[in-house]
Ligand binder design. Sequence first.
Ligand code: MRU
Length: 327
Amino acid sequence: MRTIDWVDGAIEIIDQTLLPDKLTILRLTSVDRLIDAIERLAVRGAPALGVAGAFGAALASRTAVPAAVPAAIERIATARPTAVNLARCARRAGDRLAEGPEAVLAEALLIRDEEIAASLEMGRRGADLVIDRCGPAATVLTHCNTGALAAVTGGTALAAVVELHRRGTLAGVIASETRPLLQGARLTAWELGAAGVPFRLAVDGAGPFLMARGEVDAVILGSDRICANGDVVNKIGSYAHALGAKAAGIPFIVVAPESTIDPDTPSGAAVTIEDRGPEEVVAFGTRAVAPPATRAVNPAFDVTPAALVTAIVTDRRTIRLDLGERP
Ligand code: MRU
């Protein structure tokens, strides 16, 4: 099953807000519905957002009056600000507009197929690196959700984790729950369970302590934007795991497709970090946990400085930041 696809003239996605309770396919037939799905995180994760942006451009080219199509594509491109894949892929597909809607769709389908191929390659390369650094029985810690749900199939860091398991070289996984929207608890746990991978769930704050106690051999996670200097933007909580990994002397490995590397962003300081407002923080799911009128700060992403990153594995190369290499 694909997380996102183009089916009979519309976009179909797995509604990730309903998992793990319900596996529901949402059919998106308008740009407004797509933008709503992106904002609500019904479709999420950098590669999946890229494909959503590209299919969105195809949808806009078919459904909007011609003069309104470029603006519709820009609305999609900017529906969430941090993952570079969304804007990049929406604009890449939109660049074919002058050739007509079929050309836009052809580009979007190509982007989908590239992401599927990239996941396969990242899985292999990521697993190779973990075995090389940690031996044949590693326990890895992962954060947020980087599996098939974050891409089309396979995923990024989780593709490597599943590949380690397939090769018989994985002792286990610690998945951090990923407050406030629980992508780790709801989505990664669901995917690892379905793949038969042994895992335990931990609260986000437990990560660095588990590393200090020698219970983690490597941290492996994805990215929403990799800057020219090697700074890695990813789900809030990643930076704390990177600091923990540095203190414990274990590798901090980032797995992401080339489409997540952004040479136009010099460093993490230049990235717009989405703030999703207080409601997600003052409540746990739908249940309020903080006193009424509590103010909150809710950055959805953070920046891990390049100096804390051991390596970035893409679908084409392994960039050894610990050896001074840069994207
Ligand atoms: O807010 P989300 O769920 O879209 O954030 C997703 C992440 O931060 C992932 O770690 C990242 O996109 C890499 S996914 C392959």
